[in-house]
Design a protein around this ligand. Structure first.
Ligand SMILES: Cc1cc2nc3c(=O)[nH]c(=O)nc-3n(C[C@H](O)[C@H](O)[C@H](O)COP(=O)(O)OP(=O)(O)OC[C@H]3O[C@@H](n4cnc5c(N)ncnc54)[C@H](O)[C@@H]3O)c2cc1C
Length: 304
């Protein structure tokens, strides 16, 4: 728990981020979790996955940008990604973070950027997935999601099971018919906002998962937790919910051993595939989720 908090704290340190993202020592180690620095790297991963019956959502890495030109560049990068996916005939979605589109700097500019992307996605018949960041952003994210859903109907939003408020948010999404990606949550949150014990988070996940499977609009269950995945399959079978009425989602590089099994069993699986140069915060969250990942990194650095 302490190690996890330290790593999540370090994930927010800008000077360390600058050093790590330009260090040739660490870069090769990110390859397990990140497709590569360019869109082409991610598209190559996507076409391999699609050959195996696995779908993809593309994440152009970047968050908490510090200038509006950077936010616009993120939007442009995603528009390019949508167009390339369309040319390839891929069924991938794209996943975005609102702080990458300027939410820290100007709510209006962020909204204009996301609107532009959603408009282009709608023109191409594609879905945008909106990641959920730390709890201070939840209300602003959901407000924009409601507007996007009403105007374009092509958006899915991540809801975090560790947040105490998420039961209400899931109900609101079900009532509005907005698709949800349910995840456990990856940020450092105070006890007032989030369950701290893994057992409580897991219990809430299973509860929200069942609500979404019964009432949600094409929910996505984003987890690598084998017990929860087994429970989802059992619940769906018992309630006669068709395997194509929902999808599982996993992060690229975490459970390669399990990935092909889903398609073989007739379930849908989408992998979240990140690419780009701004990998540090994403990478640190993956380390924080599993201390063994940190040991691997330290051993490599010690070898020089
Ligand atoms: C598709 C997808 C999208 C996501 N989007 C968001 C989002 O928008 N906002 C957000 O806050 N979080 C997001 N997350 C991250 C999520 O909140 C969790 O932090 C992460 O998925 C780990 O939780 P878990 O459900 O896998 O369960 P855990 O209980 O953490 O892990 C279960 C098992 O999975 C394996 N595992 C999990 N993580 C790792 C890892 N990093 N390295 C190696 N093995 C691991 C281990 O075997 C572990 O025992 C997303 C996750 C996925 C899969």
């Amino acid at each position: 728990m302490i190690l996890r908090s330290c790593l999540l704290f370090l994930a927010r340190q800008k000077a360390l981020r600058r050093w790590m993202e330009t260090s040739s020592l660490v870069r090769p180690l990110t390859a397990r979790f990140i497709a590569g620095p360019t869109l082409d790297d991610a598209l190559a991963v996507g076409s391999r996955l699609e050959r195996d019956g696995i779908m993809m959502t593309l994440d152009r890495l970047g968050e908490n940008v510090s200038s509006l030109p950077e936010a616009e560049a993120s939007c442009e990068g995603y528009i390019e990604a949508l167009r390339r996916l369309d040319q390839l005939g891929s069924n991938a979605t794209v996943s975005i973070k609102l702080t990458q589109f300027g939410l820290d700097l100007s709510a209006d500019a962020c909204r204009a950027n996301v609107w532009r992307l959603a408009e282009e996605a709608a023109r191409l018949g594609r879905t945008i997935e909106i990641d959920m960041e730390s709890s201070e952003y939840v209300d602003r994210t959901l407000r924009l999601v409601f507007d996007l859903h009403e105007r374009f109907g092509n958006v899915r939003v991540a809801i975090q099971a560790y947040l105490r408020r998420s039961g209400r948010d899931v109900e609101r999404m079900c009532d509005a018919g907005i698709p949800v990606r349910l995840c456990k949550g990856a940020y450092l949150e105070p006890a007032a906002a989030a369950f701290q014990a893994k057992s409580e988070v897991d219990r809430n996940y299973v509860h929200l998962m069942k609500v979404l499977l019964e009432r949600g609009a094409y929910p996505a269950l984003a987890t690598h937790d084998e017990k929860i995945i087994a429970e989802a399959k059992r619940f769906a079978r018992d309630k006669q919910i068709a395997p194509d009425a929902f999808e599982f989602q996993m992060l690229y590089g975490i459970r390669r051993d399990l990935e092909r099994q889903f398609a073989a069993e007739g379930y849908r699986l989408r992998l979240y595939v990140p690419y780009g140069q701004a990998w540090y915060p994403y990478f640190m969250r993956r380390l924080a989720e599993r201390p063994a990942n940190l040991l691997f990194l330290l051993r490599h650095l010690a070898r020089g």
